[in-house]
Design a protein around this ligand. Structure first.
Ligand code: KG4
Ligand code: ZN
Length: 416
C-alpha cells in the first residue's frame, strides 16, 4: 500500500510517499513486522522566511504552503518514480473536475487553486492508495492549506483520505526502524516535546481485524509555554536566531565542555518550575521570566551595560538547558512510578517532537530508561522535526477514513 502524507501544520511544507507491506494488521499483538520503504520524502522549511520575525507568522506560513505544496508533490512523485495514470481525458470530465476542485478551493485557497488547475494532477493521478493529512493541532491557516488540498485530491483522484493528529505523527515517528515499523508493546508512555506541546501521554495500540486503534490518555501537560517555545523565547531574549532550540543547545554544550575541562561548575543556576508538584504538569514561563531577570542583571553588570560576554550567554544557555532537562526527566520519572502501580504498567517509553533533536536531553532519557529497565524509542534525528513521513505512517497504520468533509482544528487534542 502506498500512502501520500501531507504536513502543513506550522513552518514546514512536507510531503512523503510511504510504501508499507503490512501482515501485522490482522495480528492482534502487532507481532508480525510491517516492512516499509520511503519512496520519496521532501520537506521545504520556511525557517529562513520566518527567522527575520523571530517566530512563525501564520499568514506567511499559509502563503508559503500554498505556493510550495504542488511543486513539492510533483517533485516527490518524480523522485519516487511513481507512475501517473490518465484521468479526465474527455473535455466533459475535465470540466467537471475543474468545477469540483474550484468549488472546494475557491473561497479559501485561491493561490493553491490556480496552481492546481494548471497542474498535471487534473489529468493524471499517481499510483497511490490513500492520503494522510495533518488536521491539527497547529496554526489553523497553515493547517487548512494541507487539509483543503487533501480534500481536493481525494475528490479528484477518488481515493480515501485519513485525518491525522500531528502529535500522533510525532509518536509513530519513533516506530520507524531501518526497514520495519516496530510498534512497542502497550501501554507506552509518550513524552511529546515540541514548539507547541509538552505532554505526557499514556498510549495504547490495539487492532481489530484490519483496523488499528490508537488510544491516548493525557497524564500531564504544560500550563503555559511549551518546552520548544521556551527555547525559542529564551534565544530571542539573547538576540539569538530562530529557532532557538538548536542554537541554545550548541551554546550550552560549549559551556558544558568548558566547565568539564576546567573542572569547575556553572556559576548560574535557574529554578526548576513545578519540579515537586504532585501532578504531572509542566510550567516553563516562570523559568523564561527568571532568564529575563538574569539577563537584565548581567547586562547591568557588564562592561558596556548593553551586551553580555559570549561566555555569559553560553552559561545562561547551559543553566536553562539543565533546568529544562531536570524538569522533563523528573516528571517522566514520576509518571513511570505512578503507572508502575497500575494493573497495566508501562512497557516502553517513547519521546517525540522537535526538542528531542537535543543530544543532552536524549542522553538523559537513555539513563532514565535504564533506571526503569524499559525500552526507549526515539525518532531518528532527521525525523524529530515536523515531517510528512510520520503523518504518512500514522495514516498507513489506521483505517479511520475521513467523513465527507475534512476539518482543520488548531487545538486538536490526542484525546479527541
Ligand atoms: O516538532 P517541531 O519541529 O514543531 C512543532 O510541532 O512545534 O518542534 C519545533 C521546536 C522548536 O521550538 C525548536 O526550537 C525545538 O523544537 N528544537 C530544539 C532543538 N531542535 C529543535 N529544542 C532543543 N534542542 C534542539 N536541538
Ligand atoms: Zn511538531
Amino acid at each position: 500500500m502506498i500512502t501520500l502524507g501531507i504536513e502543513t501544520s506550522c513552518d514546514e511544507t512536507s510531503v512523503a510517499l510511504l510504501e508499507t507491506i503490512s501482515e501485522a494488521k490482522n495480528n492482534a499483538n502487532f507481532g508480525a513486522p510491517i516492512t516499509y520503504r520511503v519512496l520519496a520524502h521532501t520537506t521545504f522549511s520556511q525557517i529562513d522566511i520566518h527567522a527575520v520575525y523571530g517566530g512563525v507568522f501564520p499568514v506567511i506560513a499559509k502563503r508559503e504552503h500554498a505556493r510550495r505544496l504542488i511543486p513539492l508533490l510533483l517533485h516527490t512523485i518524480h523522485e519516487a518514480n511513481l507512475e501517473m495514470t490518465p484521468i479526465n481525458q474527455t473535455p466533459e470530465s475535465l470540466t467537471t473536475a475543474r468545477d469540483t476542485v474550484t468549488s472546494i478551493l475557491k473561497e479559501k485557497e485561491s493561490d493553491l487553486l490556480a496552481i492546481l488547475l494548471d497542474s498535471p494532477f487534473m489529468t493524471a493521478r499517481p499510483a497511490i492508495d490513500r492520503i494522510a493529512v495533518t488536521v491539527g493541532p497547529g496554526l489553523e491557516p497553515a493547517l487548512w492549506v494541507g487539509v483543503n488540498f487533501a480534500q481536493a485530491l481525494t475528490t479528484l483522484w477518488n481515493i480515501p483520505v485519513i485525518p491525522v493528529n500531528h502529535m500522533e505523527g510525532h509518536i509513530v515517528s519513533t516506530f520507524l526502524k531501518e526497514k520495519t515499523v516496530e510498534i512497542p508493546s502497550s501501554p507506552i508512555l509518550a513524552l511529546l516535546v515540541s514548539g507547541g506541546h509538552t505532554e505526557l501521554v499514556r498510549t495504547e495500540f490495539s487492532s481489530a481485524g484490519a483496523n488499528c486503534t490508537f488510544s491516548y490518555s493525557i497524564l500531564g501537560s504544560t500550563r503555559d509555554d511549551a518546552v520548544g517555545e521556551a527555547y525559542d523565547k529564551v534565544a530571542r531574549m539573547m538576540n539569538l536566531p530562530y529557532p532557538g532550540g538548536p542554537v541554545i543547545a550548541r551554546l550550552a554544550q560549549t559551556a558544558r565542555d568548558r566547565f568539564a575541562l576546567s573542572k569547575t561548575t556553572n556559576p548560574i543556576t535557574l529554578p526548576r518550575p513545578m519540579l515537586h508538584s504532585p501532578d504531572l504538569d509542566f510550567s516553563f514561563s516562570g523559568l523564561k521570566t527568571s532568564v529575563l531577570y538574569l539577563i537584565e542583571k548581567m547586562k547591568t553588570g557588564s562592561a558596556d551595560q548593553a551586551t553580555m560576554s559570549p561566555e555569559t550567554i553560553e552559561n545562561i544557555a547551559l543553566a536553562f538547558e539543565d533546568a529544562v532537562t531536570e524538569v522533563l526527566i523528573t516528571k517522566t520519572r514520576k509518571a513511570l512510578e505512578q503507572q508502575a502501580d497500575t494493573a497495566t504498567p508501562i512497557q516502553a517509553l517513547i519521546i517525540g517532537g522537535g526538542v528531542i533533536a537535543n543530544t543532552h536531553i536524549r542522553v538523559a532519557f537513555e539513563a532514565l530508561a535504564c533506571e526503569f529497565s524499559i525500552p526507549l524509542e526515539l525518532p531518528a534525528r532527521d525525523l524529530t522535526g515536523d515531517n510528512a513521513l510520520m503523518i504518512a505512517l500514522a495514516g498507513a497504520l489506521k483505517n479511520n477514513f475521513a467523513p465527507e468533509k475534512l476539518k482543520a482544528v488548531g487545538n486538536l487534542s490526542l484525546e479527541n
